[in-house]
Design a protein. Structure first.
Length: 271
């Protein structure tokens, strides 16, 4: 696998213009069945998870000799298209400062609730109407670290493979089975599989999370920071739980709260 003789030096190049479309528009990502991965670390994790990478865009000046050699080795068998890009053009398409000069087109996996392979006692993280890619990415990192069964997003307001979510997850978007569904489908599916649903919400009947038994089939259900869970989902859950607050504030960032609840479940399971 080798670079073509001439690097891409114009931001008007059709391939560069398409990269910008894919970065900026979820509709383009859905239509093309593609997303963007930036960074060798994230790309290595995605490749290890079996994600198809049809094209690489690399700035040799930013990547350096060692990183280029790592890329050559990583894709020696799959052999995607390989494009050199000048530094000014790469910096136009890169979406983070201090980029390592590596960017790839990737085909994210398409999953459904029916496709999930459930162990005897699954541990599921459920997010309702998540809209911030950074929060989604952080929760995916937690799910990967805890080896959660899956992350399920009800009525998402951002697509699951938004490039910023991938960046925030450091590639864990591809290591954790992630599904988008509706509230109604989720509740019916959980009932079908005997999964207890624990809604994180400040309500009259909420109990401290440490008093709950998360050892059986469990779904931890989280809402948005701005609005929390919808009444319909909260009321349909098995139990409402809280993380007791000792200071002036009454809630935590959703990704922080999810991590606390997730690792309490891990602790109870003896993992």
């Amino acid at each position: 696998m080798a670079f073509p003789s001439d690097p891409i030096t114009s931001p008007q190049n059709p391939r560069i213009k398409n990269l910008l479309k894919l970065q900026q528009k979820s509709s383009e990502r859905r239509t093309q069945g593609l997303t963007i991965i930036e960074g060798l670390r994230e790309l290595t994790i995605a490749h290890g998870a079996g994600v198809a990478v049809p094209a690489l865009f690399v700035c040799p000046e930013l990547a350096g000799t060692e990183r280029l050699a790592q890329l050559q080795a990583l894709f020696a068998e799959s052999r995607p298209e390989w494009f050199a890009v000048s530094r000014p053009v790469f910096e136009k398409v890169a979406y983070r400062e201090g980029s390592d000069g590596v960017l790839a087109l990737a085909r994210p996996p398409q999953r459904s609730l029916a496709s999930l392979q459930l162990p005897k006692a699954p541990l599921l993280l459920v997010l309702e109407a998540v809209e911030k890619p950074g929060n989604l990415g952080a929760i995916l990192r937690t799910a990967d670290a805890a080896q959660a069964t899956a992350v399920i997003v009800c009525d998402p307001r951002t697509d699951l493979f938004n490039p910023n979510a991938i960046r925030s997850s450091i590639g864990c978007s591809f290591t954790v089975p992630t599904v988008a569904t509706t509230r109604e489908e989720l509740l019916a599916w959980c009932q079908q599989h005997g999964i207890r649903t624990y809604a994180a919400a400040l309500t009259e009947h909420a109990v401290p999370y440490t008093t709950c038994d998360f050892r059986g089939p469990t779904a931890l259900v989280m809402g948005t920071e701005a609005d929390g869970l919808t009444p319909e989902l909260r009321q349909a859950c098995t139990q409402t739980i809280i993380i007791p607050m000792r200071g002036a504030i009454d809630s935590l960032n959703v990704s922080t709260a999810t991590a606390i609840l997730t690792f309490e479940a891990v602790r109870q399971r003896g993992a």
